[in-house]
Write a protein that binds this ligand. Structure first.
Ligand SMILES: NC(=O)c1ccc[n+]([C@@H]2O[C@H](COP(=O)([O-])OP(=O)(O)OC[C@H]3O[C@@H](n4cnc5c(N)ncnc54)[C@H](O)[C@@H]3O)[C@@H](O)[C@H]2O)c1
Length: 380
């Protein structure tokens, strides 16, 4: 088995997390195939040669089509803005190469469907970097629910709150609908829709009561005295129903002062409950209602026990905490396992799975626009 030659398309924030993951994975895990950081694509003005040198990529490129076509490449990893996921993904599928793509899968439902259906028709493995599934506490929550520890799920409460979106934050692709698709919604709700689908093992069947708001309508364009018009939301809230009968609330915000990266969910079942907060990402809160009433209470599980908690046995001894970047390395490991015909540690979302999350995003936007409930069966 030769190495897995990765071409990464893009070199921003996610370019750094993915470069780190591809570089670390074979040091801490024993993947069935070793990844090689073969080529990074960046735009000419970004000087991809500097990025390549800094992050250990063997080659750099300013032409993503040629990079994907290079016969030496056997995995295309996409870390570009949302509108630039579909062209390289379809190109990779066209030339028969597996693709891993950042979330949300695409800027629009049409693009997401195109990617999902093309991958399915061609039978080529695809992956979407919903990295929070790979926080050990979240993966463990998935396993606990699957084991029946929560009984029947009644309530799901999820919110992803950030606070970087003040008036002084400069204009960027994230604030333009044609480049991003939506704002906090596609950025943050995408994660918690994916996480709650993953942890509950259920699908969302209906969205209702969505509201969207843009508080800051124009933002300064860096290096100029101009302003750019903001055409995406700053916040989107909505209610939903899950296929098992649970009701749910979702909340994404970029101006929730005091919350830097508070990605959290609470799930209440007939036998127990779980709570997760990314700002304390090594911990999972668990309430076991099967215990005698007198000793029932929330317990804080430090998910660092290698023998019991997913992924962490590959990192440090018990109690030695891990961080954000480890989730990406855990994901890189599972991508390589799947590419080699092995089961991932916990399920990895492919394009078809991420398309289901995109359908929920779209349903919430329609619900907000038309002020009415939207059945997922009507969003395809
Ligand atoms: N999984 C996560 O936790 C997470 C966090 C942040 C961002 N993201 C996702 O990752 C993707 C990239 O976000 P980011 O924060 O790294 O963005 P970024 O702006 O930091 O980097 C984007 C990179 O894409 C490339 N690029 C930009 N415009 C391009 C164009 N027109 N054509 C080709 N390439 C272009 C450039 O190399 C740029 O550096 C987005 O889809 C975003 O939603 C995921």
């Amino acid at each position: 088995m030769g190495p897995l030659n990765v071409a990464m398309i893009g070199e921003g924030f996610m370019g750094r997390t993915h470069s780190n993951a591809w570089g670390q994975v074979a040091k801490f895990f024993k993947p069935p195939q070793k990844p090689v950081k073969h080529t990074v694509f960046g735009m000419e003005a970004e000087h991809p040669e500097i990025f390549a040198e800094n992050w250990g990529w063997q080659n750099f490129s300013t032409n993503w089509e040629q990079t994907i076509e290079n016969p030496e490449i056997n995995l295309v990893d996409i870390v570009t803005p949302n509108f630039m996921h579909t062209p390289p993904a379809l190109k990779a599928l066209e030339v028969g190469k597996p693709v891993s793509c950042e979330k949300p899968i695409a800027a629009t439902l049409d693009q997401a469907r195109d990617m999902a259906m093309t991958a399915k028709a061609k039978g080529i493995p695809t992956f979407v970097w919903f990295n929070y599934r790979r926080a050990p506490a979240v993966a463990f929550a998935h396993q606990l629910v699957k084991s029946g520890a929560l009984g029947k799920i009644r309530h799901v409460r999820a919110s992803y709150l950030q606070d970087w979106g003040g008036e002084e934050t400069p204009f960027a692709w994230r604030f333009k609908k044609e480049l991003a698709g939506s704002g906090a919604h596609g950025d943050l709700n995408a994660h918690i829709i994916d996480m709650t689908r993953f942890v509950t093992g259920e699908e969302i069947t209906e969205v209702a009561g969505a509201i969207a708001e843009t508080f800051v309508k124009r933002r300064p364009i860096p290096g100029t005295d101009q302003f750019g018009e903001v055409t995406v939301d700053d916040t989107v809230l909505f209610l939903a129903r899950f296929s098992g009968g649970a009701v749910a609330s979702f909340e994404a915000a970029r101006q929730a002062t005091g919350n830097s990266n508070r990605n959290q969910f609470e799930i209440n079942g007939t036998l127990g409950s779980l709570k997760f907060d990314f700002e304390r990402m090594n911990e999972l809160q668990y309430y076991d209602a099967r215990l005698p009433r007198g000793v029932q209470g929330w317990s804080t599980i430090l998910c660092t026990h290698g023998a019991d908690h997913p992924y962490v046995g590959n990192w440090w001894p018990d109690g030695h905490l891990i961080g954000y970047e480890h989730c990406f390395t855990n994901m890189a490991y599972d991508i390589i396992r799947v590419l080699n015909g092995l089961e991932p540690t916990v399920p990895v979302p492919d394009f078809f799975d991420a398309y289901q999350t995109q359908r929920v995003l779209e349903a919430a936007l329609r619900s907000a626009e038309n002020r009415c409930p939207v059945a997922l069966a009507d969003v395809n």
